[in-house]
Design a protein. Structure first.
Length: 253
């Protein structure tokens, strides 16, 4: 059974004359890693907002684990582009937020889960630090750990590395793949970087037009584990050019 299913979903922003999502149907399998690429403003983030319930579809249904998302709680974790760590809270207190919302752990249990999550992302010993004491990459790791603590099997990551410098971004991509292979969460990852999409995902979901009526899935012919050297393989270079041309066509139409 698919973990996520869109069935003829449409959405129109108030004040717009046309739908930005138009009868979109697609599904995602459990444990998969898909990147969504498309031009700026094409509606990629709108798909995420429909999944996490921040927006309500005009028509159609969004289901997670075979059930309509209405009435479900903690069915997905969402990580936006900015880390959104509260500066007045310590890292540990920031990570406690999803646990406080769930209301099923006492303070000792929360501390145990937070310690484990920080160790998992390489931030052991940072529980009492403030966000401004961490580098950009460390803050993103903390934000990801907080997303993991939602306990959700479906994670939505919206351009989480786009503000990082080149070397930090590469390091974070490699780190994320290791975490995904360890935990086998289902990840949807929005990016505008074709190479990032190719390196991370088993299949790239391409937005070919606006309004979004389909997501074209392009399989990535690379096994896991991967290194960035794999991007130099001839078939990957050819696929990168294909994806770039698909996006360029959308811009010029």
């Amino acid at each position: 059974m698919s973990i996520l299913n869109f069935d003829n979903v449409s959405y129109r922003y108030p004040g717009d004359d046309v739908d930005i999502i138009d009868r979109l149907s697609f599904s995602v399998e459990p444990g998969s890693f898909h990147c969504i690429i498309g031009t700026s403003g094409c509606g990629k983030s709108t798909i995420f907002r429909l999944i996490n319930g921040l927006l309500q579809p005009k028509a159609g249904t969004v289901c997670v684990n075979g059930r309509h998302i209405t009435g479900q709680k903690h069915y997905c974790g969402y990580m936006p582009q900015k880390d959104m760590l509260f500066p007045w809270r310590t890292i540990g207190e920031n990570l406690a937020l999803p646990l406080e919302i769930q209301r099923k752990y006492n303070k000792a249990e929360q501390r145990e889960l937070i310690d484990a999550a920080l160790a998992d992302v390489g931030l052991a010993g940072c529980i009492d630090k403030r966000p401004d004491e961490l580098s950009g990459g460390m803050r993103q790791r903390a934000a990801f750990a907080r997303t993991m603590l939602t306990g959700s099997d479906l994670l939505l990551l919206d351009e989480p590395f786009s503000a990082l410098d080149f070397l930090t971004r590469i390091s974070m991509q490699e780190w994320l793949l290791k975490l995904w292979q360890r935990h086998k969460k289902t990840i949807l990852f929005i990016t505008h970087d074709v190479e990032e999409a190719l390196f991370l995902s088993s299949g790239v979901l391409v937005v070919e037009q606006t309004p979004i009526r389909t997501l074209r899935e392009i399989p990535v012919p690379m096994d896991y584990p991967r290194t960035h050297k794999d991007l130099a393989h001839p078939e990957i270079i050819e696929l990168r050019e294909q994806l770039v041309n698909m996006l360029r066509k959308q811009v010029t139409e």
